[in-house]
Design a binder for this molecule. Structure first.
Ligand code: MTE
Length: 315
């Protein structure tokens, strides 16, 4: 039995978000599943919630006027298969994940390969607040105030050569720390990729924090990618290596099901995933579904990258 003070008593109204409500509004559970969830998960120790007064954002909404998703939902409902395939279990399982010491190797087709200590990255690049919508291929979405810096700024530091056409990202590989990596269904470690011009786009962000605090482990600490115009699975967590390469890299999801997951993964309401319609989405915390926007609402910033491409074929 948990002796924790209920978060409803320590969290102001605008941050507090009941677990039951967010599951219901996420559309991820029916009545039966709610009972199963209540029986199966409420005794698990939750990850510690920070004092709400220490959470910081400069705005309550994104540039479209959409409300920020509460901290408890952002940090309590996570896709992180290295820990669990159950989104509600990740926070507790990840709470002791060690994020120091941590280095990120940036190498491959570059003039100045370098391995950066995470704390040097935090000092070197000004951490800016970037409020972005995260749209998961499972058709739920959130609005999240990240802190981080441009991927482009890090890439410029190592001077990519003209041969570099793609960027390949690799997450930590460690079966002791990541129990999910012992499951043989996936080709570990988690790997993702971007085309060079996508990686240099101003929206492509390396995140180190959320709501004004360092990233918690469940959200990909100490360093994760954010590519807000693409489905959430591109936003790889716990990055240890960034390589500039000549050929289009494959990804964990492309290797798992190439008919379901493509390299581009741009949010596209006109191209359904075989298992989930992409026309609408459930914003976590809202009761009615909303229409999904092309490129997740970032068309003006990214559509030019795909001019002349067939986006049904290049899904
Ligand atoms: N990165 C790693 N290493 N492992 C994962 O399982 N899941 C992805 C992405 N990055 C994942 C990952 C998916 S499917 C999504 S939707 C987002 O992380 C979820 O990020 P969040 O938990 O911060 O909302």
């Amino acid at each position: 039995m948990s002796t924790k003070i209920p978060s409803s008593q320590i969290t102001p109204e605008h941050i507090y978000f009941s677990r039951r409500q967010f599951l219901q509004t996420a559309g991820v559970v029916g009545a039966g599943a709610l009972i199963a969830s209540a029986c199966g998960t409420t005794n698990k120790p939750a990850a510690p919630t920070p004092d709400p007064s220490t959470l910081k954002t400069s705005k309550d909404t994104d540039e479209l006027g959409d409300k920020l998703t509460p901290y408890t939902a952002v940090t309590g409902y996570n896709n992180y298969y290295e820990f669990s395939t159950d989104k509600e279990d990740v926070a507790a399982l990840a709470q002791d994940f060690p994020t120091r010491p941590w280095t990120v190797q940036v190498s491959g087709l570059v003039n100045k390969p370098k391995t950066f200590d995470i704390d040097d990255l935090l000092k070197k690049f000004t951490q800016q607040e970037r409020i972005y919508r995260l749209r998961c291929v499972e058709a739920w979405s959130m609005v999240i105030p990240w802190q981080g810096f441009s991927l482009a700024d890090l890439l410029k530091e190592v001077e990519p050569t003209s041969e570099a056409k793609y960027v390949k990202f690799t997450s930590l590989s460690n079966k002791t720390l990541f129990p999910g990596q012992s499951a043989g269904w996936y080709t570990w470690p988690y790997v993702e990729g971007l085309r060079m011009d996508e990686a240099m786009n101003e929206l492509a962000t390396l995140a180190t924090g959320v709501y004004g605090k360092l990233l918690p482990p469940q959200n990909g600490a100490p360093l994760r990618l954010i590519v807000p115009w693409k489905y959430g699975f591109k936003s790889i967590k716990a990055i240890v290596k960034i390589e500039l390469v000549k050929d289009m890299p494959s990804s964990l999801w492309m290797a798992a099901a190439s008919n379901e997951y493509g390299f581009y993964a741009n949010v596209n309401p006109e191209v359904d995933h075989p298992r989930w319609s992409q026309g609408t989405e459930r914003r976590i915390g809202e009761l009615t579904r909303r229409r999904t926007l092309s490129f997740n609402g970032y068309t003006d910033k990214v559509a030019a990258l795909y001019q002349g491409m067939d986006l049904r074929k290049n899904f």
